[in-house]
Design a protein around this ligand. Structure first.
Ligand code: AHR
Length: 520
């Protein structure tokens, strides 16, 4: 089987995945520095924070009177951890929650805000103590940009238009004065605006054509008045492989009038093998490990399929594909509250994150925003909190290791990847990307999918005298190893280095590991 993954209009072969390489053969990875790929937009490392379970309340917001150290109610430990991974944007307030969210409930004095319900997620009380100003304060504290989702499902165009005016105008309108009275005279910057969420499902069960009718109205009236910060409007797009929304939205965009526009199309796709999610987050065997990795690699097909449809309407790739919900969705932690979507996070999740990020990077010309679901305490989280304690997950460590790839330029590689087989499943043994950062340094990320064998990869960089590789590797005692509050250091990156021998730089990758190195 020979499969060529192509991210540069297929002008250059980036990765040649050849499963016929002998089992224990050294794998050759050729880096072609003569060719430059697309920029890997830092926004593919975005986060998603929904009012869901302990994602916001406790996870981010503890309130100014909490004993947990905080700045204006936002926990300091979480802010510091997120700053370290250079989060480019945070999508908020949902998710399904967004299409039932009424922004006015979340402004003004906190003790006067109404208690409402969160019917999507456990039917719990939503106190509305974390609202617009608290969110904008939070993203400012972590150095990220705001990605807001407006309520199309149960809201009105007027409600969305008012929210945007409230947030972004510098003119002395009644809404701007209300914003100032609530503590923020300056207009806020809103970088991204989602026009609805999953409008084919929890966001209103609309057909593609019904949604397009709504899209045109909201895209017209939800205006950004902050000229200092351009805002990109993101239309709801496909659910998995179904191209109905992709076709309808892109066709409407191609035929758009002066009266409306969009600057992004969303794709949601989780790594979930059975529905409802039944695969365990810990205590799984090799078969479930490989099944989840195989399902993850299907992101490649999804992105290619939707990109191909988009190419027909938008050959210049003006509209990014925004993968604003992705990640592993597993069986909930036993004993956790119904609807809170709490799950442990293992070394397998670390590989799932790396494989997805590699796919987005290879499609950097089209995938320019992505948001893992979700940031804290929910689904494939970066961070867990337990009252005053905070814990970093294996997925967090991948995002930290990948910081050098933010806004780096993709460099084509050639990789006969070998095969990892278990039962009927055959996967590439190794997956990799290369990129050059703004300072000219060359970076490699390599994932050894095989949990049983060390992979030896001989790196060859044509035309560059590489002497060594220096970086980190994330390796764990077992494929289902996790970090816990009692043992937080089970899965943490370890230093990694290798020296060149002649023209070859041999890298020994531990089983089921992710390694990121700078080539010097
Ligand atoms: O991330 C959890 C939920 O998954 C989101 O609210 C929804 O958009 C998706 O179905």
């Amino acid at each position: 089987m020979k499969q060529v993954l192509c991210a540069l209009l297929c002008a250059v072969a980036l990765i040649s995945v050849t499963a016929s390489a002998a089992d224990n053969e050294t794998i050759r990875l050729g880096v072609n520095t003569a060719v430059s790929g697309a920029k890997i937009d830092r926004h593919i490392f975005g986060q998603f924070a929904e009012h869901l379970g302990r994602g916001i309340y406790e996870g981010v917001w503890v309130g100014p009177d909490s004993k947990i150290p905080n700045t204006r109610g936002i926990r300091n430990d979480v802010v510091a951890a997120l700053k370290a991974i250079k989060v480019p944007n945070v999508r908020w307030p949902g998710g399904c929650f967004a299409d039932e969210y009424h922004w006015r409930n979340g402004i003004g004095p906190r003790d006067k805000r109404p208690a409402t319900l969160n019917p999507n997620w456990g039917g719990v009380i939503e106190p509305n103590t974390f609202g617009t100003h608290e969110f904008m304060d939070f993203v400012q504290q972590i150095g990220a940009e705001a990605y807001l989702s407006i309520n199309v499902g149960s809201g009105t165009p007027a409600e969305a238009a008012d929210w945007l005016e409230y947030l972004t105008t510098s003119q002395p309108t009644a809404l701007a004065k209300e914003r100032a009275a609530n503590g923020h005279p300056e207009p806020y910057p809103v970088a991204l605006l989602g026009i609805g969420n999953e409008s084919w499902g929890c966001g209103g069960s609309m057909t593609p054509d019904e949604y397009v009718n709504h899209l045109k109205v909201y895209a017209r009236y939800a205006r950004n008045y902050n000229t200092a910060k351009p805002m990109r409007r993101v239309a709801v797009g496909p659910d998995g492989p179904d191209t109905g929304y992709t076709e309808a939205v892109m066709k409407a965009w191609k035929n758009k009038t002066w009266a409306w526009d969009i600057e992004g199309l969303s794709l949601h796709s989780y790594t979930v093998v059975k529905w409802p999610p039944a695969f365990k987050a810990t205590g799984f065997g090799e078969s479930e490990y490989a099944t989840m990795l195989k399902a993850t690699l299907n992101m490649e097909n999804l992105v290619s399929t939707h990109s191909a449809v988009m190419d027909r309407y938008d050959p210049d790739k003006k509209i990014p594909l925004v993968v604003d919900e992705w990640g592993a969705w597993l069986a909930a932690t036993p004993g956790s509250p119904e609807g809170f979507l709490e799950q442990q996070n293992s070394q397998r999740d670390a590989l799932i994150a790396a494989l997805n990020l590699n796919i987005f990077a290879r499609h950097a010309d089209r995938v320019r925003v992505a948001n893992i679901a979700q940031m804290v305490n929910v689904l494939q989280a970066m961070i867990f909190t337990r009252q005053e304690k905070m814990l970093l997950t294996p997925t967090y460590h991948i995002f930290k290791m990948y910081v050098p790839f933010q806004d780096a330029t993709l460099v084509p590689i050639e990789l006969p990847a070998g095969a990892y087989k278990v039962g009927d499943i055959e996967l590439p043994r190794v997956d990799a990307i290369a990129a050059r950062d703004a300072g000219g340094k060359l970076w490699l990320s390599l994932t050894n999918l095989d949990p049983n064998r060390v992979a030896t990869v001989d790196v060859e960089v044509a035309g560059a005298g590489i002497r060594r590789a220096v970086g980190e590797t994330l390796v764990a005692p077992k494929i289902d190893s996790v970090n816990t509050f009692e043992a937080p250091g089970t899965v943490v990156p370890k230093p990694f280095s290798a020296r060149a021998s002649g023209k070859k730089l041999p890298l020994k990758l531990a089983p089921a590991s992710v390694t990121v190195v700078a080539l010097e």
